[in-house]
Design a protein around this ligand. Sequence first.
Ligand SMILES: [Zn+2]
Length: 179
Amino acid sequence: MGGEPGALLSTGPTQPAPVTTEQVWEALKAVPDPEIPVVSVVDMGMVRAVDVAEGGRAVSVTFTPTFSGCPALHVIRESIGAAVRGLGVQDVTVQSTLTPPWSTDWINEDARERLRQYGIAPPAPAGDDTLITLEPEPTQCPRCGSFDVRMTASFGATLCKRTYVCESCREPFEGFKSV
Ligand SMILES: [Zn+2]
């Protein structure tokens, strides 16, 4: 290609470029929730910290699983590690923390809408003080919007979700436990 090799890069052509914290966050936005592929681990608020060290060549990611009972912990850990290594980083540490525990409040607004479209009732915001009510978990049918729903099982396919049936349109659906 001509030019002056090495004029701008002193580290040599085979060394991958160092990454920035922003690039890591961008890569993590492409990591789907293992149970709900329409949202990412970032959408769900699972990624708690990204630390870039060694001048951009070592990355540490801390995440909180959505529910401690979720069986997908190792899947999330491997997916996050693979996404960061995909940026050319070889020194990648992925750790999980349960403190503070994950909250449904950490799900971003955009993801709530996608959850609804996917057919999962988004959780009511746990911290919404306009919703002080005797019923702590108003659950809405994602299909017709009715609140006239009945829980059919304490647990859905996993500990993370509950299954409901809508009394208005008879649609069975899954909902999150608000935590
Ligand atoms: Zn319905």
